[in-house]
Design a protein around this ligand. Structure first.
Ligand SMILES: [Zn+2]
Ligand SMILES: [Zn+2]
Length: 237
């Protein structure tokens, strides 16, 4: 057992694994990658500034003036992302100055993962696969990498920047059934999280396990609630 390598986390890793982070941070990392995959289309849709009727035609001249785009989104998406054509300059992108794009940052982590696993000299993506999806598929290996804590931290910052642009935060919903372990009404499900979690005793259930549990206990709870209501009604009558 050793300490979790995610900066600021006071927990320890599981005894029987070679993971460099605690189970909670590992689940958070999985959720961050899932969220990034889900956020990409919203981020891309945020690229163009809202069109107002006066935009683009004030100075006349060009029939097709370029659409104004958001600089902060363009920085994240990288050059060439404001066109649907493929990048004509291809590999010369490395010459660009300025902050690295999301794709470049994730590709860097994918290269580090490929090196760590020694599975392949360079990471290979299926056509259409994003780097976030690629990294999610390699999560079990990433958790054992010496830089796993740094990856968690950088990904958290990236997702924070994306959320600020798309104005979406993960939502947390309380669930109806009580926790099967501590019996408290503390079970919640949260966007992108792989598990239902008890906020009181930290028990984890898969969504299927929760559904099966709720099917078992909810009818009894409803009956009890009905009986109680009927009893109160009689007493007050
Ligand atoms: Zn941790
Ligand atoms: Zn509980």
């Amino acid at each position: 057992m050793s300490s979790c390598t995610v900066p600021g986390c006071p927990r320890t890793t599981d005894e029987d694994t070679r993971r460099r982070m605690c189970p909670r941070c590992a689940r958070q990392l999985q959720a961050l990658l899932r969220e990034l995959v889900g956020q990409m289309p919203i981020l891309q849709a945020s690229l163009q500034l809202d069109r107002s009727p006066t935009t683009g035609s004030v100075h006349g001249g060009r029939a097709h003036s370029p659409m104004p785009v958001r600089g902060d989104v363009l920085t994240l998406l990288g050059p060439g992302s404001n066109t649907t054509l493929s990048d004509p300059y291809g590999d010369t992108r490395g010459d660009q100055t300025g902050p690295p794009s999301l794709d470049q940052i994730l590709r860097g982590w994918a290269e580090a993962t490929a090196e760590h696993t020694r599975l392949a000299p360079t990471p290979w993506r299926r056509p259409g696969q994003t780097w976030a999806e690629w990294l999610a598929a390699y999560l079990p290996w990433i958790l054992g990498a010496p830089w796993a804590g740094d990856f968690h931290q950088e990904l958290g910052e990236l997702v924070g920047r994306v959320r600020a642009i798309t104005r979406t935060e993960p939502r947390r919903r309380p669930l109806d059934a009580p926790c099967p372990s501590c019996e408290a009404f503390g079970l919640v499900e949260e966007d992108w999280q792989p598990y239902v979690e008890c906020t009181v005793c930290e028990l984890l259930l898969t969504p299927d396990e929760y559904t099966a549990h709720a099917r078992r206990v909810m009818p009894r709870l409803y009956r009890t609630a009905l009986l109680l209501a009927a009893q109160q009604h009689q007493e007050s009558a």
